[in-house]
Design a protein around this ligand. Structure first.
Ligand code: FES
Length: 111
């Protein structure tokens, strides 16, 4: 079994605190966020409908993202859907920081 791919997302200085943006990795849209020194990565598409979660509202204190369409809250840490109408999680991925560079390991299942 091969190891999951680890890909550089960005340099630490390239994303402002409490910001979220997206990138595409192997055809998969990943939303990644910075809250202080913590970084998070989840699949970008809401589990309820085909909407970009990165277009939603980041809540740094709670480490959540609110879907811009119907308002479900998702945990940036686990991808769990915390409020309705979404009930399924989005896949969360492992993020690491080394020497000022941010990397994501695509750990979750493909949809
Ligand atoms: S599309 Fe995200 S909660 Fe409905």
């Amino acid at each position: 079994m091969s190891n999951p791919p680890t890909v550089k997302l960005c340099d630490v200085d390239s994303l402002d605190n409490e910001s979220i943006t997206t990138t595409e990795i192997d055809g998969r849209l990943i939303a990644y966020a910075r809250i202080g020194d913590e970084w998070f990565a989840i699949d970008d598409t809401c589990s309820h409908a085909n909407v970009s979660l990165a277009d939603g509202y980041l809540e740094g204190e709670d480490k959540t993202i609110e879907c811009p369409l119907h308002g479900s809250l998702f945990s940036l840490e686990t991808g769990e859907a915390l409020t309705l109408p979404a009930i399924k999680p989005v896949v969360s991925h492992t993020v690491s920081v080394t020497n000022g560079e941010v990397f994501v390991t695509i750990t979750g299942d493909t949809k």
